[in-house]
Design a protein around this ligand. Structure first.
Ligand SMILES: *[C@@H]1O[C@H](CO)[C@@H](O)[C@H](O)[C@H]1NC(C)=O
Length: 393
């Protein structure tokens, strides 16, 4: 016992210095140029501390000492505050379109905590120099409680249509018709609707009061048995966007419908099945491949010829072409299941192809327009017409 506040304060300064030295050593050893940041955080505080030691020994922690010390810290602090500002400028807008699975509050809270720890590292020891530690802690504690209460009351509305500081609610609305084909080619089922996806964690919670039709009674789940959930995904982001809404609507009727056909199916000498296809459709299409259990995709006409699957073992291909392009033809090769107990009627692969009508008269539809009219001003829906055709071979 008997450690004075001044000693404690020196020790806290040394700890911060040591931590920044560790960061400096680590980044230098890695050969990273960003080592200049911890370098500034070592050199400036250490220099000001050493220059002020005599002053400090003689007169203790006076106001003059504190001001001189803070001036010594100014250069690295201003620079670090700029870097932190850049981090927030990048991450805040990204969290408005990072999908329904990442809670932005948690990410922001972590960033703010990290920024506070970094900024307070050389200021911490001031607490031990002040006459009353309790008063400082009470002040900081009440700021925390005040902010906590304000945040919990939900006083802050997340979106804004104000052009000087826009905070849009990003939504994808796709008017789609889905057609499911049986292995023999006949139509097994079909439906149509407005498929709504939220690009942020909030889902439809703020939209429902304005558009009562879009509520949780039309929530739809990802179907594991259909390629890419059974919906016309435009981006391969089904891991990030897991909450969707599907509002029943009449079928879409684009003037240039998708034409899809199996050109050939042959069993190769080495026992694999090679299928080739031809598609005529709009400028943007996506293809989803889902080999049935046991079967595997061993080659295709895309990229370097090696199929690349995503986390769920499915394949996503995005295709776009200019206005005057020949029909899209492609092939792939499947290795059927080697074990004989796989049911023969199950087929080798489920394939789905989506068309996306992003422009021209085909992009619009009456149900889409009437839904979009109901959205509030701060919502920014991107909308288009899509189709989804599923086949099994
Ligand atoms: C929820 O949506 C369904 C279907 O759109 C609608 O029939 C129902 O009235 C809505 N519920 C409320 C409370 O608005």
């Amino acid at each position: 016992m008997g450690v004075s506040g001044v000693d404690l304060s020196e020790r806290f300064f040394d700890v911060s210095l040591l931590l920044w030295c560790c960061a400096l050593l680590f980044l230098t050893q890695r050969g990273l140029c960003s080592a200049y940041v911890p370098m500034m955080m070592v050199v400036f505080p250490l220099a000001s501390k050493l220059l002020l030691t005599k002053h400090f020994r003689a007169r203790g922690a006076s106001l003059q000492y504190s001001v001189l010390y803070l001036m010594g810290l100014a250069v690295p602090y201003v620079h670090i505050m700029f870097l932190i500002w850049v981090v927030f400028e990048i991450f805040t807008p990204i969290l408005g379109r990072s999908g329904t699975e990442i809670p932005p509050d948690v990410v922001m809270a972590s960033l703010i905590t990290l920024a506070t720890v970094i900024l307070s590292s050389y200021l911490m020891h001031f607490i031990y120099l002040s006459c009353s530690t309790k008063r400082i802690l009470a002040g900081l504690g009440s700021v925390f409680v005040l902010m906590f209460v304000l945040v919990c009351c939900g006083l802050f509305f997340p979106y804004s249509a104000d052009p000087s500081s826009p905070r849009p609610k990003r939504v994808f609305v796709q008017h789609s018709t889905r057609v499911f084909h049986a292995p023999d080619g006949s139509v097994e089922g079909s439906d149509s609707g407005l498929w709504i996806n939220s690009l942020d964690y909030g889902g439809m919670q703020h939209i429902t009061p304005h558009v009562p039709h879009v509520n949780d009674s039309i929530r739809t789940r990802c179907s594991d048995r259909l390629p890419y959930c059974g919906f016309p995904w435009f981006l391969p982001v089904k891991f990030l966007v897991k909450k969707s809404w599907y509002l029943p609507a009449p079928a879409v009727s684009p003037q240039a419908p998708l034409e899809f056909q199996l050109l050939s199916r042959q069993v190769t000498e080495w026992g694999t099945v090679k299928m080739s296809f031809e598609v005529k459709g709009p400028s943007h299409m996506s293809l989803y491949l889902r080999p049935e259990s046991g079967a595997s995709l061993i080659g295709w006409s895309f990229g370097d010829g090696t199929p690349q699957f995503d986390l769920s073992g499915e394949y996503f291909i995005f295709y776009s072409h200019g206005l005057d392009a020949p029909a899209w033809s492609f092939w792939f090769e499947i290795q059927p299941s080697r074990s004989s107990d796989a049911p023969p009627d199950e087929g080798l692969i489920s394939l789905a192809i989506s068309s996306h009508y992003f422009f021209g008269p085909d992009r619009r539809s009456e149900p889409l327009e009437s839904l979009l009219k109901k959205f509030p001003a701060w919502a920014f829906p991107s909308s288009w017409v899509s189709t989804y055709h599923m086949y099994r071979y």
